[in-house]
Ligand binder design. Structure first.
Ligand code: TYD
Length: 133
């Protein structure tokens, strides 16, 4: 959980609007995949898993939502993302749940690898067990 952090995304501000750029050293991994959640119904829960190796950088491109993080000791941290110029770095071995999506929220995820179901831990008890080793 110590490596989980909010990282500011450099912005180019202009009276015509702003540009936020994720490039070079903004995030500590090379990008293999980008995906986004949109049209999330209110009251919906997403996530509910951890990753063995995947690193992710999550940005509320529009609207807001909460990310609930849990480590192997079941320490809980709730982070609200609502700023398109800030992202949340989630490292491997951290359980995450996404909830409280505002209407029109878009959650952009920049990931260190392609989709591999083998990298998921979807059972919370198995997740806690994994941490004992
Ligand atoms: P999942 O990662 O469980 O969604 P979330 O964490 O946002 O709740 O993925 C939901 C489904 O979509 C699951 O069947 C796997 C599939 N999926 C892909 O095929 N490729 C992907 O890149 C992602 C993120 C999910």
């Amino acid at each position: 959980m110590e490596d989980v952090q909010i990282i500011p995304i450099p912005k180019i501000e202009d009276y015509r609007g702003n540009i936020a750029v994720v490039e070079n050293d903004v995030i500590p991994f090379s990008v293999k995949r980008v995906y986004y959640l949109f049209d999330v119904p209110s009251g919906s829960y997403r996530g509910g898993h951890a990753h063995k190796e995947l690193k992710q950088f999550i940005i509320a491109i529009s609207g807001s939502f909460d990310v609930v993080l849990k480590d192997y000791k079941n320490t809980v941290k709730r982070i609200t993302l609502n700023n398109p110029a800030k992202g949340l770095l989630i490292t491997p071995g951290v359980w995450r749940e996404l909830e409280n999506f505002s209407s029109g929220a878009v959650c952009l995820v920049i990931a260190s690898d392609v989709y591999r179901e083998e990298d998921y831990i979807r059972d919370f008890n198995e997740f806690l067990e994994t941490g004992k080793f």
